[in-house]
Design a protein around this ligand. Structure first.
Ligand SMILES: [Zn+2]
Length: 71
């Protein structure tokens, strides 16, 4: 086997691994993850909180149960 063939195979393997890692990192960053990482302001005190830990009342988001009572 010539050095050129070895280089081509190495390049193909490297490209495949690169593509695989990009696809893998994209699938980890799913829409759900992005939604949960979204930061929104509390409708009462304007404190910015992650959407995943915000409390939703009447289509408004609040940082805590205490503030959601002010909806
Ligand atoms: Zn608040």
């Amino acid at each position: 086997m010539g050095i050129t063939k070895i280089l081509i195979i190495a390049l193909l393997v490297w490209t495949a691994l690169k593509v695989y890692s990009v696809v893998k990192s994209r699938s980890n960053d799913s829409d759900d993850n992005r939604m949960n990482k979204k930061i929104i302001p509390c409708s009462f005190c304007k404190t910015h909180v992650p959407l995943s830990s915000a409390i939703r009342v009447n289509n408004k988001y609040f940082c805590s149960k205490d503030h959601s009572k002010n909806a």
